[in-house]
Design a protein around this ligand. Structure first.
Ligand SMILES: *[C@@H]1O[C@H](CO)[C@@H](O)[C@H](O)[C@H]1NC(C)=O
Ligand SMILES: *[C@@H]1O[C@H](CO)[C@@H](O)[C@H](O)[C@H]1NC(C)=O
Ligand SMILES: *[C@@H]1O[C@H](CO)[C@@H](O)[C@H](O)[C@H]1NC(C)=O
Ligand SMILES: *[C@@H]1O[C@H](CO)[C@@H](O)[C@H](O)[C@H]1NC(C)=O
Ligand SMILES: *[C@@H]1O[C@H](CO)[C@@H](O)[C@H](O)[C@H]1NC(C)=O
Ligand SMILES: *[C@@H]1O[C@H](CO)[C@@H](O)[C@H](O)[C@H]1NC(C)=O
Length: 243
């Protein structure tokens, strides 16, 4: 197997050097990247992490709390929600080397009013991104709009703004969305009509988003919609359909 596999891989790498250099991190390199990332946002509560901190080279990050790897050894899920993490995620953070990540949950931590780095958009495989209630501040980077695989997207409860781009631009390619939660984000634009075409949507929370203009009533007819919260958008107009 190895004889066949290796030359093929190298050949592919010659053809697509950049992609390969990003995705061919070994299991150990991914664990090291994860370890370095965690070190920048360490706070307390690190019992489960201690075995990795004591020795990076002989521990497997896939066995640590909140981390799931694929059977090929890539880190694919990180759930460190409510883990008393505190710090800043820099644009050069090793988190962005984990390009196989499908799920990232950092909700309920404290990122000390820092910005969400635009490099988050390198994590193209993300299906689920939850940065809610984590003390992020500033503009939502427009690059997040490239995360077209997202089915769950939650930036609620941060002092975030979406002033440079509108909601329409941000969401245009996230056609697989099931959960859209941006409550408290200063969006200040209208609700895109195309949301009525995102047929997987189950839950929309755009409470207190400074939304404007008329709410597209077609959204009420989304087949899977179970939860819709548009409270406290004082410049939003529209009326409920008859049920
Ligand atoms: C870490 O693991 C390496 C390789 O297994 C070993 O040589 C080294 O002594 C260990 N360091 C500590 C601090 O345990
Ligand atoms: C993230 O973690 C929180 C707390 O455990 C949980 O309530 C939330 O549902 C998780 N988010 C996603 C998208 O799974
Ligand atoms: C990453 O960026 C921060 C701030 O911009 C800087 O202090 C740090 O030295 C950088 N780290 C590396 C490894 O380049
Ligand atoms: C959305 O997808 C189209 C077609 O793939 C692409 O041209 C466009 O740049 C994407 N827009 C964003 C904001 O990612
Ligand atoms: C929704 O999809 C239909 C059918 O594909 C299309 O005709 C319509 O323009 C779309 N609406 C929006 C607002 O994108
Ligand atoms: C509503 O619109 C008015 C006029 O455009 C504006 O002055 C006001 O700040 C808006 N209010 C909110 C809550 O967005």
């Amino acid at each position: 197997m190895a004889f066949i596999f290796l030359p093929t891989t190298s050949l592919l790498c010659l053809l697509v050097v950049l992609t390969c250099s990003a995705s061919l991190l070994s299991h150990d390199e991914e664990c090291l990247a994860l370890f370095e990332f965690k070190q920048t946002i360490l706070h307390q509560k690190l019992d489960s992490w201690r075995k990795i901190r004591s020795n990076t080279s002989d521990s497997d990050c896939c066995l640590s709390d909140g981390v799931v790897c694929s059977n090929t050894g890539h880190v694919i899920r990180i759930d460190w929600s409510g883990s008393s993490l505190s710090g800043i995620i820099n644009s050069n953070s090793t988190l962005f080397k984990l390009v196989h990540l499908q799920m990232l949950n950092l909700s309920m931590n404290n990122f000390v009013e820092s910005q969400i780095p635009s490099e988050i958009a390198r994590l193209k495989q993300l299906r689920s991104l939850d940065l809610s209630y984590s003390g992020f501040n500033g503009q939502i980077p427009y690059e997040i709009s490239h995360l077209a695989q997202l089915s769950s997207f939650d930036l609620s409860g941060n002092s975030l703004k979406l002033r440079s781009i509108g909601l329409e631009y941000l969401l245009q390619n996230m056609t697989r969305l099931e959960n859209l939660h941006l409550s408290g984000v200063d969006v200040s634009s209208s609700v895109p009509h195309f949301l009525a075409n995102f047929s997987s949507l189950r839950s929309i929370n755009l409470r207190e988003c400074q939304l404007q203009d008329e709410f597209p009533s077609a959204i009420f007819h989304l087949p899977k919609l179970k939860y819709l919260n548009m409270r406290n958008n004082f410049n939003l107009t529209g009326s409920l359909p008859e049920f």
